[in-house]
Design a protein around this ligand. Structure first.
Ligand code: SAH
Length: 393
């Protein structure tokens, strides 16, 4: 059954943006099932796209294709094959055995994340459409990658917006370990696929962790929001004088200790601190502590633009404190993974933090998510991770 849009609401589809909001829709047949495939028509009855239907979400339809072609098993096979080919072209396997294989909208499969961790694929289905095709997609993934094990981590909060309950568990394969070791460049990391954040590891920061390593020699490093120590291990392995890692999660810090042990980096140069970064930065300021390098990689403060104002204050707060704690010539590696804050706004927030801290600073590098998390030109929302390397004057 087709969905007809309201007059003048076809514009974003003509620009090949894949989302259709509820307000753009004139009428939907009551019988249309959640996740099923529908034709999207302009108010004049012109075919615009073929999409999945999400009856509960404000994003009521997500485009599978702008062509008049069948959406079937072979359609998904073509999409998955081309996502695999892109990663082969990136030669990502030379650097790591853990990377993103399918990045949702940007790989032409809205709602579907697939990350590869050695011989396990971790699948996250976030929308009614990806849910509808999940079993088919799982079969194709096994056939096209040759990997037998797929573990499902469909437990992200955004599923609620689609009226979907959290689902986790084995989707394909049997008897495989969910605590595994991956490598990134020449370092190893323990990953808990069952309980870890996201699909287990922050794969999107791989390049940025490497970059931290390149600047770390002889530096006193403070790694805030350290999770399982990705940035800390890279810094220690590259000759940091000291590394202080802070996170509020005891489980994450326990894995960080394992990561120090398996990489044989100098444990005596490392300290873990369980606590709240907002409070600890204040404590360090009051105690006149200082560092050569500070990393700020907080969780998503603004999932959508509606949270941007409150989130901006939180980003400004930690960046301001970090500028104060940095020595002259010190480096700030600061990130935001909030969809609701774009790169330009993030830069403004960091600038106003420097201003209020009373320091001069320059940006020496703009950072983003790794290229295994590509961004469709028609879907700028795909560029969620932004970062800056700043040097304090
Ligand atoms: N830099 C990490 C990923 C950071 S994810 C990496 O490269 O792997 C964000 C982390 O912030 C999570 O581990 C979470 O436990 C932690 N966190 C969230 N709020 C916090 C707070 N207020 N204080 C300290 N840690 C916090």
């Amino acid at each position: 059954m087709p969905i007809t849009l309201n007059p003048n609401r076809e514009k974003s589809l003509l620009r090949r943006h894949p989302w259709v909001f509820a307000s753009a829709i004139k009428s939907v047949d009551q019988e249309t099932a959640s996740g099923s495939t529908v034709d999207l028509l302009s108010s004049e009855g012109q075919f615009l796209a073929r999409a999945s239907y999400s009856p509960i979400s404000q994003i009521r339809a997500r485009v599978w294709t702008f062509n008049d072609e069948p959406v079937d098993r072979e359609f998904f096979r073509r999409k998955i094959k081309s996502a695999i080919e892109v990663r082969q072209r990136l030669k990502v396997e030379g650097q790591t055995n853990a990377y993103r294989l399918i990045h949702a909208e940007s790989d032409g499969i809205p709602g579907l994340i697939v990350d590869r961790y050695d011989d396990v694929l971790v699948l996250q289905s976030l929308t009614a459409g990806s849910e509808f095709w999940k079993e088919t997609i799982a079969d194709i993934l096994v056939e096209e990658t040759g990997i037998q094990n797929i573990y499902e981590r469909s437990d992200a909060d955004v599923r609620e917006l689609e009226g979907l309950k959290p689902v986790t568990g084995v989707l394909r394969g049997a008897n495989y370990d969910l605590r595994i070791t991956i490598y990134e460049h020449d370092l190893k990391f323990r990953v808990d696929l069952e309980h870890g954040h996201k699909t287990g590891f922050y794969l999107d920061q791989r390049h940025n962790r490497h970059r931290v390593g390149e600047f770390a020699k002889d530096r006193d490093v403070l790694n805030c929001f350290c999770y399982t120590g990705g940035f800390s291990i890279h810094a220690l392995a590259n000759g940091a004088k000291s590394v202080l890692s802070v996170d509020s999660s005891a489980d994450a810090l326990a894995l960080l200790e394992e990561n120090i042990a398996i990489n044989r980096v100098p444990a005596d140069r490392h300290t873990s601190l369980e606590g709240d970064v907002f409070q600890l930065l204040r404590k360090f300021r009051d105690a006149n502590r200082s560092f050569d390098m500070i990393i700020l990689d907080p969780p998503k403060f603004a999932p959508t633009a509606a949270h941007a104002e409150k989130a901006s204050r939180a980003y400004k707060d930690i960046n301001l404190l970090a500028f104060k704690l940095l020595r002259h010539g010190g480096m700030l590696f600061t990130y935001s993974c909030s969809g609701g804050i774009d790169a330009a706004l993030f830069q403004k927030i960091v600038a106003s933090a420097a201003l209020d801290a009373g320091v001069d600073a320059t940006i020496i590098e703009h950072l983003s998510q790794g290229s295994d998390h590509p961004v469709s030109l028609h879907f700028p929302e795909g560029a969620y991770l932004k970062g800056l390397i700043c040097v304090k004057g």
